[in-house]
Write a new protein. Structure first.
Length: 387
């Protein structure tokens, strides 16, 4: 295990009835809040009414900013920046899932700078300040509610890039598993995929050869997600299953599983960002297409690690590591399909003829992320395995 510093300052308030504490938490940071949310699902679920009542009880002035898309876009965030400045808000509250939270994080940065916001996403400039941010979570997948990262798409060029800064780490996140009861089967599945692949990227793409503790953390959380997702798809209002999923998704990408793992990269995410940027498919759906193909392309480089996953997660008995690893990849793809997540470009209507365009788009992010080995040709070869 390599040297590391682990610090996660986000306060988590977890459990039934906790949304009522939103106003009290917001009041610690200001009296006027920009409430960022999506396209109306929080009103149907009742979460909106709970949040509004709590804010009003705490005498918080509310400025609403709805309309965040499932794949958040820069143009919408820029409108939010204008509203935040015009209304003079003190704090930003995201009520939703990762896309809403990422939109809110981008607004929080933009409200405190005159710089071009996109310069932060292309790493031309460093974030130096942001409005304080809190969240009420209604979809657990990205762990944006407990990490310092955000992803957004610039429609000009269809580029889906990310920022990372302690200034956008949420101050407090409120997680009530009952808020997930109305989540659709498809997004319940995509959430599981997203959380699992966050962990698998670190599991396979690191610079630490001895990682028994971290490997076991990943495997335990992955098993928990898989088991509880299957329960959720049968009974969406199973509280314990939703609670296990909600907590597991946070642990999957809050820095815990990669502590001590050295340099970690996310090549599958890099490729998927192009799918969701170009075709507006759900992030989890894109990941379930890309990840098994990426694994198949690289399994021969470290067959023992892939064999470990196959044996620990799927009970593969094969002695030969390469065969075991390939069997595990096959079973992972089959599990994704079994929960209703797509596993090929064809499943989401992306023609094979678009592969070169996708690869060209993905290469731009590979440059920003420093993934030098991922040329357009390499990315295209991986995408060809997604057919």
């Amino acid at each position: 295990m390599q040297n590391f510093i682990f610090e996660n300052p986000t306060k988590i308030i977890f459990g039934k009835g906790q949304i009522g504490k939103t106003g009290r938490e917001i009041a610690k940071f200001g009296k006027k809040v920009l409430m960022v949310y999506g396209e109306g699902s929080i009103k149907k679920s009742g979460v909106y009414d709970q949040v509004i009542a709590s804010l009003q009880n705490a005498d918080i002035e509310i400025v609403e900013f709805p309309g965040a898309r499932a794949n958040p876009v820069l143009s919408h965030a820029l409108k939010g920046v204008e509203v935040a400045r015009e209304k003079g808000v003190d704090v930003v509250l995201a009520v939703g899932g990762g896309s809403v939270i990422d939109t809110a994080k981008t607004i929080a940065v933009g409200a405190k700078t005159d710089d071009d916001l996109w310069d932060f996403f292309t790493h031309k400039k460093a974030i130096k300040d942001a409005l304080p941010l809190l969240t009420v979570v209604t979809l657990s997948a990205s762990a944006s509610e407990m990490n310092p990262a955000a992803v957004i798409t610039n429609e000009e060029g269809s580029q889906k890039f990310s920022i990372r800064s302690p200034f956008i780490q949420p101050k407090t996140s409120i997680l009530d598993p009952t808020a997930l009861f109305t989540l659709s089967p498809s997004y319940s599945a995509y959430s599981a995929v997203d959380a699992i692949i966050h962990m698998l990227e670190g599991y396979f793409n690191n610079t630490e050869p001895e990682s028994a503790m971290q490997d076991r953390l990943v495997e335990a959380i992955m098993k928990t997600i898989m088991e509880n997702t299957e329960v959720i798809l049968k009974n969406p209002e199973d509280y314990n299953a939703r609670a296990n999923m909600m907590w597991s998704a946070i642990l999957a990408f809050n820095g815990l599983t990669t502590a001590g793992m050295g340099t970690v990269s996310l090549p599958a995410h890099m490729i998927e960002h192009s799918l969701s940027a170009l075709y507006n498919i759900a992030h989890g759906a894109g990941l379930s297409i890309v990840m098994p193909a990426w694994m198949s392309s690289i399994v021969g480089d470290n067959p023992s690690k892939y064999a470990r996953l196959a044996r620990e997660i799927f009970g593969v008995k094969e002695d030969d590591d390469l065969k075991a690893g390939n069997d595990g990849i096959k079973r992972l793809r089959e599990w994704f399909a079994s929960i209703g997540s797509p596993v090929s470009l064809k499943d989401v209507g992306i023609p094979e003829g678009d592969i070169e365009t996708i690869a060209e788009n993905a290469r731009e992010l590979a440059k920003v992320w420093g993934l030098k080995n991922y040329t357009e040709e390499v990315i295209a070869d991986i995408l060809k395995l997604c057919k």
